[in-house]
Design a protein around this ligand. Structure first.
Ligand SMILES: [Zn+2]
Length: 187
């Protein structure tokens, strides 16, 4: 088994990386994800009873879009905020097509950078089932020194069910898990 793809400030996307085929993140959504990831997300949302309540805010972003987003947030919110919440262009999981930002649609305006995705109700149901469908909550509180990104309750990463179950059970950040995985199964 291969380790999950690790993308962060210290591990840029492999040169020439291109995502697989893309599909709507959820039925009817304009947000795109790699097709297998999209199918898993739709099944997870359905299983959690979140259809029509949980919405896709941001999924696959081409490099040019990540670059434009970085520059826009930098201009509007300053460097400290940008470094906390927006990954460097070339180092964003959103460029892989395997990461999704979600919001609970409660009728209020959705914050594109920090969507509302609380820890109770239907979102708790979603988290409880996430690993079973291959997703992990990628940037958890307490793991900031390891991930380099502030806690983001809305950002989920698809790694497949087998990895996701192990990561959830071990309580590891993806960085920690990949390190451990590679130590145990050297190539
Ligand atoms: Zn995100």
């Amino acid at each position: 088994m291969k380790p999950p793809l690790l993308v962060n400030a210290w591990h840029p996307l492999p040169a020439g990386y291109a995502p697989g085929g893309l599909s709507p993140a959820l039925p009817g959504s304009q947000v795109l994800l790699e097709s297998g990831c999209a199918a898993a997300l739709a099944a997870l949302v359905k299983s959690a009873g979140g259809e029509g309540r949980i919405v896709a805010v941001s999924g696959y972003r081409p490099h040019s879009e990540q670059l434009a987003l970085w520059e826009e947030v930098l201009r509007d919110k300053g460097e400290a905020f940008t470094r906390r919440y927006v990954a460097l262009p070339g180092c964003s999981e959103h460029e892989t097509g395997l990461a999704i930002d979600l919001a609970l649609d409660d009728g209020s305006e959705i914050d594109f950078i920090r969507p509302y995705f609380p820890y109770d109700g239907i979102c708790a149901e979603f988290r409880a089932k996430a690993a079973e469908f291959g997703f992990i909550e990628r940037y958890q509180a307490g793991k900031e020194p390891v991930t380099g990104i502030a806690a983001e309750p809305w950002h989920f990463r698809y790694v497949g069910a087998e990895h996701a179950r192990r990561i959830a059970a071990l309580g590891l950040a993806l960085e920690e898990y990949v390190l451990q995985f590679n130590r145990r199964s050297p190539e």
